[in-house]
Design a protein around this ligand. Sequence first.
Ligand SMILES: [Zn+2]
Ligand SMILES: [Zn+2]
Length: 340
Amino acid sequence: MKAVVFRKDRGLVYEEVPDYTVAEDEVLVKTANTGFCGSDHSLVAGGHLADGYILGHEISAVIVEKGAAADGPPVGTRVCIRPTYCGKCANCLSGRPHLCRVHRRTAGIGDLPGGFAEYVKVYPQMLIPIPDGVDSRNAALAETFAAALHGINCTSDRKGSALVMGGGPIGLCAVRLLKIFGYSPVVLFEPVASKRDIAVLYGADQVFDPLAKDADQKAMAAAPGGYRKIFECSGVKANINRAVLLAEDAGEICIVSMIFSPVSLEAPFLVNLKEIRLTASNSNTHAENIQCLNWMAQGKLDARPLISDYEPLSRLPDVYRERIDTGLAVKVLLKIGKEF
Ligand SMILES: [Zn+2]
Ligand SMILES: [Zn+2]
């Protein structure tokens, strides 16, 4: 089959790789679409991958073969692929399976090969059937919404004003979900105009360029007293201190982006004075993915406006160099097999 693999010396390469054989407890799916995620970019840029590894975890597919002992939905079912968990560790047993670090099985995020390929081999527990009325492009990107939903779920109540810092795919998904939950106003900070436009389409009440001198003043005018919730979705370290200034008393800051280098708090006493709760989110759950797929079926969520680059798999190495690594793409979605 054809796949895009990571090569230590050349980065992403489109290659012919051996076909899979399916073991007793495994399921083979034929890929329709796979999205390119920010975490894929971090993994390629960081080079922390085995030579020949196949990335890609935002997958829509159809089940084409099942091992004799594999349960789950039948051949022909349209599915999304999400990680499975050990079910035995402290995190799994205390209702946090997405934090499992023991025998966690993922496709395209480090252990099993992923969805930048014509086929993916998975375990039945990884399959989430796609509801009627959700096409393969939307389904592949349900996880992007689920990541934003998980960030919102990592904060307490669902009311008041909300500021999203960063209009990448997860930040934009957060804007849409915050509107569905009834937060008001929902405000976005994003320097790129085309991304601010998508936020407006998704219902943002106000959008500001955070690089403009008066951005903070304008943001405070939109939410007098500050923001009840602030979601850091950009990875810009200075935003943590900015969020402390923009949060209201007893407000919450949730860091959804992954920041890989030290951050210092300029005015930690403000966290005391305002009793700000600082939290963060990691990954997302099966339940959150199912919720997002159901909202897609109801027409409440549509990921397709996020797609800036809609390309065949063979183009991924070039698209990575020209559009992803340069920061020009919003969301790259790959056409791999028959779409639905
Ligand atoms: Zn992702
Ligand atoms: Zn576990």
